[in-house]
Design a protein around this ligand. Structure first.
Ligand code: ADP
Length: 604
């Protein structure tokens, strides 16, 4: 459309220009030619008049003196001029084109007036006598004295007009031929041009719609050839760049979606541009968050403030920690402004790491150190106190010294027990058992084999240990020594917290989902609010504190079960009764597949 209108405008302009130049040329040449021809004709009229004057001087003198003389009758007038002889008053005496006696006054004669004054004169005008436009020349005739008359020569100007008409026709036909040629060439050029342009436009349009660019080579015209070559090159480069951009985008998307850290990219209005899956999980939103403000999606003013500072403050700290609205999750937040090459900040990238677990571990580590110190401190203080009392003299009194030494021994044993348990825990945490320690075991044999260690204690406390075992062997793969240790810890606790005369029941069962070893006692039980804490290191219930123990036994059991991909659970009172505690060791059915896959999952 645009191309057509441009062509039309171009052709219209060209036509007007051509017509204007041609008209100007025509006017100029017409005038010039008219002038030249007039001058030439005038010169020839003058020459003829002068010749006539000299050639027929005597006859003319007699004619102008009133005598009759046929001057013109003797003149051979090949040029066909109209020759008139007039007296000094301008009355016509003889005329080549009028019969004598029927002379008429030809109207005003400016040429005669001029000749009367200057000797010669001329005029151009329409002659009614000749019925043509005439150029007239008049020559005053004197014979050395006063003005006797005039010789007047006239010739029609129609030849001149014909010449000019011819010229006009020539110019006109030249103009139209030129216009025709221009129109034809323009049409031809536009056809070739528009066909080539059409192909280029079609291909570019297809490329813009995302289709592959089809290489075009246009031979003619030269401009289109160069354009097609340039476009081919351009699109190849563009395709390569697009490919690179796509690759980079995919790489970035893969990296972002594989990241554990939440990443949010914001523009300078703090509207979300990118949000990786981890960030979407961290801040669930009911619709697509892209284009929404950070505060609307995250609903966290500190986070919004932090992002704003990255954008506006050059010296803003790039790292901070925030607590989410659930008051449990702690995020470590890292931010950086995104800049253009010129250094202008156009956005912010925020990277968030959930450090809740890290914080918990940190707190646990601190608690652990303080617990260990506390647990070790009590026996050591006691030992030192008694040793001091002994050295101050009590040692010399055997009656006093003995109980002191027994107390020292008790505390030393406690210290030793704590250290032993700590060593077991550390070994379980830091260096999982060797492959060689794992083997096929028969649980039906393993369970009773663990009990003799606690049987003596049970006998002293008058507690009855009863076992309920299946008749058939239950085979699995396990670390037998560790499993025995876990069972001993549970049965030892059960005996420890049982009143004399009560029973401890140890049951082994195979269920569809795995093996279960249950240890039930009829002791005081564990308060419900403490049930989930007893597996923590050094944790001892209110009542349990009066009973000897380290508070590490159940933590060791949990670790051992983790190592077997099993679990340990506790119920109090024992289901179906009103007292006692039930501990259950759950072992997966195919312990084979679960074992040897690494260390414990839960460090507690
Ligand atoms: P401890 O060496 O003190 O027994 P454990 O880790 O084995 O340490 O047990 C932690 C605490 O759990 C005990 O101090 C006790 O308060 C409670 N507990 C464990 N087993 C029983 C049980 N069978 N009956 C009552 N309380 C128990």
């Amino acid at each position: 459309m645009k191309r057509t209108s441009f062509l039309l405008k171009f052709l219209l302009g060209l036509t007007l220009l051509l017509l204007a130049t041609q008209t100007l040329l025509l006017v100029f040449f017409t005038q010039r030619i008219r002038q030249d021809l007039q001058e030439t004709t005038l010169t020839s009229l003058r020459t003829s008049a002068l010749l006539l004057k000299e050639w027929a001087r005597p006859e003319l003198v007699s004619l102008f003196s009133g005598q009759s003389s046929d001057v013109l009758g003797r003149v051979s007038n090949r040029a066909g001029y109209r020759i008139s002889l007039l007296d000094a008053q301008g009355a016509l005496l003889q005329d080549t084109h009028l019969t004598p006696g029927v002379f008429r006054d030809g109207g005003p004669s400016p040429e005669l007036d001029q000749a009367r004054q200057t000797g010669e004169g001329w005029s151009s005008g329409y002659s009614q006598v000749m019925d043509k436009p005439l150029l007239t020349y008049a020559l005053a005739f004197r014979d050395g004295g006063p003005l006797l008359g005039f010789i007047r020569m006239a010739t029609p100007l129609d030849g001149l007009n014909q010449t000019l008409d011819g010229l006009f026709v020539f110019f006109l036909s030249f103009t139209f031929s030129a216009l025709g040629i221009v129109f034809f060439l323009a049409w031809l050029y536009s056809r070739v041009f528009s066909r080539g342009m059409g192909t280029l436009i079609r291909n570019s349009g297809a490329f813009a719609r995302g289709e592959a660019y089809e290489t075009v080579y246009l031979e003619r015209p030269r401009e289109l050839r160069l354009l097609s070559l340039a476009l081919n090159k351009l699109y190849v480069q563009l395709e390569e760049r697009i490919e690179t951009v796509h690759q980079q985008r995919d790489e970035l998307a893969a990296i972002l979606s594989g990241m554990v850290e939440a990443v949010i990219v914001l523009d300078n209005q703090l509207l979300i541009k990118t949000m990786n899956p981890a960030a979407r999980r961290m801040f669930p939103f009911d619709r697509d968050p892209i284009g929404t403000s950070l505060i609307e999606v995250c609903r966290h003013s500190s986070l919004d403030e932090f992002a704003r500072l990255q954008l506006t403050e050059e010296s803003a700290s790039s790292r901070t920690e925030i607590l989410l609205r659930d008051l449990e999750t702690t995020l470590q937040l890292q931010g950086a402004a995104l800049r253009t090459e010129a250094g202008r900040r156009w956005g912010v990238v925020l990277v968030m790491i959930d450090i809740t677990q890290l914080k918990r571990l940190e707190a646990m580590r601190r608690d652990f150190v303080s617990n260990v110190s506390h647990e070790l401190k009590t026996p050591i203080t006691n030992i030192l106190g008694y040793v001091e009392t002994l050295t101050e003299g009590a040692i010399d009194n055997p009656l006093k010294a003995r109980p002191f030494l027994e107390t020292i021994e008790r505390h030393a044993v406690r210290l030793s027990l704590i250290v032993d348990d700590l060593l077991i825990l550390t070994r379980l945490e830091n260096s999982p058992p060797m492959e060689g320690e794992r083997r096929q075991v028969n649980l039906t044999e393993l369970v009773p084999a663990a009990l003799p260690i606690v049987e003596e204690k049970a006998r002293v406390r008058q507690v009855q240990i009863e076992t309920f075992l299946p008749n058939e062997p239950l085979r699995t793969t396990a670390y037998p020594l560790l499993l025995e240790q876990a069972l001993v810890n549970l049965v030892d606790n059960a005996v420890k917290f049982s009143d004399p005369g009560s029973r401890v029941l140890v049951t082994l069962e195979v269920l569809p989902i795995g093996f279960e070893i249950r240890v039930d006692d009829e002791g005081p039980g564990i308060p419900a609010n403490e049930l989930n804490r007893i597996f923590e290191r050094f944790y001892r219930t209110e009542k349990g504190r009066s009973t000897p123990g380290t508070g590490l036994g159940l933590a060791i059991v949990k670790h051992i079960l983790n190592l077997h991909r099993g679990t340990v659970t506790v119920e109090s009172p024992v289901p179906g009764t009103r007292k006692g505690t039930r501990f259950v060791l759950h072992l997966p059915l195919t312990a084979e597949s679960a074992l040897g896959l690494g260390g414990p999952e839960d460090p507690e």
